[in-house]
Design a protein around this ligand. Sequence first.
Ligand code: PMP
Length: 355
Amino acid sequence: MPEEVLRQAAEQMLDWQGSGMGVMEMSHRGKEFGQILAEAQADLRALLAVPAHFQILFMQGGGLGENAIVPLNLSRGGVVDFVVTGSWSAKSHKEAARYAQPHLAASNADSGHTDVPAPEQWALSESASYVHLCSNETINGIEFQQLPDLAALGSRAPLVIDFSSHVASRPVDWSRVGLAFGGAQKNIGPAGLTIVIVREDLLGHALPICPSAFNYRTVADNQSMYNTPPTWGIYVAGLTFKWLLAQREGSLSGVAAMEQRNIAKADLLYGAIDSSQLYVNKVARAWRSRMNVPFQLRDESRNQAFLDGAREAGLLQLKGHKSVGGMRASIYNAMPLAGVQALVSYMREFERLHA
Ligand code: PMP
């Protein structure tokens, strides 16, 4: 989280803009929260340049909830194509089998989730109701640098992306997307809010068993207030959207500015890894994530010493996911370049001492 946003939230915790109430104490149907929600939606639309024919929904259930909610709404019980590039898309693929007929169009399991088959090689179905991919695999550190043009690949299906872990870190090409979903807890705000951005024509096709509170049509028709929305999460997300909109990098602003910073941060860290004898990142260069950088120590017996020293240097949460091992630096939007510089200096010093 950007510190500025946390400070603002703290300042207004007990009294939001002189209303005499904190956001957590407001009725979600009152005019104050109505204003917070409308502004958050409008700011997110501006920030991500979401076209008018897309709806922005604020939901609950997280990324894993959407693994069920998407097929319940979009699959019509039929075939759905999955491109599996790591842990999260593998989970999505598995969950969809409860509601639809998932078809594995492509997988990078052979490479140990380190490379991705070219889109031209994907075995897309004739009649899939959508194609699912995870545009940034948080655990494996794989990111789509551009989204596939499904029409050019011969598919008529809309593309569904799980952009949980890189939302707002770069622009989105909406001409290639039918639906994007993401938990807020990486780049946007506290856990508990799930963002769904969906093309109008994909609403209204939910399976009869779809819970009403998870039916996109119902959520859209009720301005994300069919049931009580995660009000605090929406409020803090709204503060983050304003913070993001105000970011500048030369002539760029908003997510374009963030993208420049994220490129600089990622280049610095990958450069340090690639030029070292101790650290290694196994992801094919074209697919390396700007947000999540997994790396291993060639001498794994040094792992604990690396983590202990990092902690002493104030560098936290570097232990890699247990399925990948080693280390992982998550350098989300709110991580400043100085944070990555500190990590790189520590890594160099550790290598020098332990070479
Ligand atoms: N998808 C991706 C890409 C994720 O990074 C995560 C969480 N790390 C999830 C899905 C699952 O999200 P949640 O825990 O909000 O269900």
